[in-house]
Design a protein around this ligand. Structure first.
Ligand code: RIB
Ligand code: CA
Length: 307
């Protein structure tokens, strides 16, 4: 599978990267970066560092620094640490970003490989929306777009009803979910990701299997686990972004409903994913549940293959 991850690294974004890097069926072409958990400068720095840490050939592109229409929310330093990697200070990477912006790269690579690219977007959807605005056929040229974002039935994680990635750029999320062009779009949101409980012993297992990448995830995961523990009283964190990458290859692990969708762009429910019952609404596949044990085991198994 030719895969691109659009990412705001971030602890669970780093987990998603190492999963994809180690998977024998994934050719990870690029990381396109986006503001969200961190500023765009830190997203780029962290993405370059991740690829460098395992000597990956994966290219890195700079994406949007802010949402399409609303003022940017502050970075989620209380969730992911001051610069995205918990309490860990990394060296500045030696690699540099590619010349093309994220949106221009997405347009260009899908023209080169129409119908072959899977895009997994695990941050705010601004880069994807910009690509659609510049080239309305962009979505139709993807093999699939798998999005970590939204929730249909579960509670939000930044408000009663909204999930963080859609809340950080609700206009972009609405453009992507309501674009009329035919497209294979799957959302993997809190309905499933908040049910997958990742623990300190799980991070220990990763560190034992993979002394470099796994140990790094264990180190940055400590901050992430502490945030969850402070919020819920439980010593477990959710497996958000890795679940979306797993869904790219294994939709059979998930329970899927198919709906027309929209996103609230103002008011108390800003960022909420909603069902659009209009007959002409483009349909997306929404992961509303799944086999929690299989998804977690698959993540641990594959990610543990890293150095
Ligand atoms: O709501 C979870 C999402 O928000 C994940 O992508 C996480 O990395 C944060 O960006
Ligand atoms: Ca993310």
């Amino acid at each position: 599978m030719k895969l691109i991850i659009d990412t705001d690294p971030g602890v669970d974004d780093a987990m998603a990267f190492y999963y994809a890097h180690a998977h024998p069926q994934i050719e990870l072409l690029a990381l396109t970066t986006i503001f969200g958990n961190v500023t765009i400068d830190d997203a780029l720095r962290n993405a370059l560092w991740l690829t460098e840490s395992v000597g990956a050939a994966t290219k890195v592109h700079r994406g949007a620094a802010q949402p399409l229409s609303i003022p940017p929310n502050p970075p989620a330093d209380f969730v992911h640490g001051p610069r995205g990697f918990g309490g860990i200070i990394i060296n500045e990477p030696n690699r540099s970003a590619e010349a093309l912006s994220a949106a221009d790269y997405l347009i260009s690579i899908t023209r080169k490989h129409p119908g072959e690219i899977t895009l997994c977007a695990v941050g705010p959807l601004t880069n994807v929306a910009l690509a659609i605005q510049k080239d309305p056929q962009f979505l139709s040229r993807l093999q699939q777009l798998v999005i970590m974002g939204g929730t249909l039935y579960a509670k939000g994680n930044v408000s009663e009803t909204a999930e963080a990635n859609f809340w950080n750029d609700p206009h972009a999320a609405h453009i992507v979910l309501s674009a009329p062009q035919p497209a294979n779009v799957i959302t993997v949101g809190l309905d499933i990701t908040d049910k997958i409980e990742f623990t300190a012993p799980d991070f220990d297992r990763l560190a034992q299997a993979s002394p470099k990448a796994g140990e790094f995830l264990k180190s940055i995961g400590a901050f992430y686990l502490q945030f969850y523990q402070n919020r819920s009283g439980k010593a477990t964190c959710s497996l958000h972004d890795p679940s979306a990458v797993i869904a790219c290859l294994h939709p059979e692990f998930f329970t899927i409903e198919t709906h027309g969708l929209s996103v609230a762009m103002s008011g108390d429910d800003i960022g909420q994913m909603q069902i659009n019952t209009a007959v002409n609404a483009r349909k997306s596949h929404v992961c509303v549940g799944g086999d929690v044990a299989i998804i977690k085991e698959n993540f641990l198994n594959i990610t543990g293959r890293n150095p």
